[in-house]
Write a protein that binds this ligand. Structure first.
Ligand SMILES: Nc1ncnc2c1ncn2[C@@H]1O[C@H](COP(=O)(O)OP(=O)(O)OP(=O)(O)O)[C@@H](O)[C@H]1O
Length: 229
């Protein structure tokens, strides 16, 4: 099995592409959904966040108010680092757990949908391939304005806060251009899926695991023989 990182920019069409991949039965891990899950009450990170940031970041129902927390870390980089040091290990642990689940189920590849994949860079090292969901800037802006009900200036500010899609283009191994209609995007996703599904790279992880298991079994056998004789 191998890992494929998927990312893009704001309103570039990641969810649209992921919907097609899920429809095809692909294994998709949603880092954003995991990030929301790990801060829920009763999760390990929840208690630590409340201890570090105080109860003023809680909503009336006891859940973490993401907007209040967002406002704190927006203006204080050291608090952002603190929050990341609490949540990132939990997010990675959950992503690893889900990856192993798909490995056991025999999937050839797993898509990791990670919003800041190209910005953080550390995770790209673990990806066999990286996919950028691209959209030309005028289309991206007009879709963002329409979806979020934003003015042009507001939408431009949100796009400007991210690494430009043109720069991400240089970092990705594969690109899905979502500037056209949905059918054109769907065709590109089908082509990409066929290529990834047909790749033999998934065998390496299985061979490595098979070899490790055979080695362990051999060791256990030798130990047992020694104990018995
Ligand atoms: N090919 C397309 N043609 C027309 N509209 C599209 C197309 N792709 C996406 N859209 C619309 O553009 C908006 C953004 O798409 P989508 O939600 O898939 O982007 P995203 O990258 O997941 O966004 P974000 O990360 O900001 O949540 C949505 O309203 C979606 O319906």
């Amino acid at each position: 099995m191998f890992l494929v990182g998927l990312s893009g920019g704001i309103a570039s069409g990641k969810s649209t592409v992921v919907d097609v991949l899920r429809e095809l039965g692909c294994a998709v891990i949603d880092a954003d959904a995991i990030a929301r899950e790990v801060v829920r009450p009763r999760c390990k990170a929840y208690g630590r966040i409340v201890r570090c940031f105080g109860t003023e970041i809680l909503s009336a129902n006891g859940e973490i108010n993401r907007e209040a927390l967002g406002n704190i870390i927006f203006s204080q980089p050291e608090k952002r680092q603190l929050l990341n040091s609490i949540t990132h290990p939990e997010i990675l642990k959950e992503m690893l757990k889900q990856t192993l689940k798909y490995f056991v189920r025999g999937y050839h590849y797993v898509i990791l949908d990670i919003p800041l994949l190209f910005e953080t860079k550390t995770l790209t090292k673990f990806m066999k391939y990286t996919v950028l969901v691209y959209c030309d800037p005028p289309t991206q802006l007009s879709r963002l304005m329409r979806r979020n009900g934003l003015s042009r200036a507001q939408a431009e500010a949100r796009v400007a806060a991210q690494l430009p899609l043109d720069q991400k283009l240089e970092l990705a191994t594969h690109v899905i251009d979502n500037s056209g209609d949905r059918e054109s995007t769907r065709r590109q996703v089908l082509r990409l899926h066929a290529r990834l599904e047909g790749s033999w790279h998934f065998l390496w992880a299985r061979l490595a695991l098979g070899t490790a298991l055979a080695g362990l079994a051999g060791l256990a056998y030798l130990l047992l023989r020694r104990l018995i004789s």
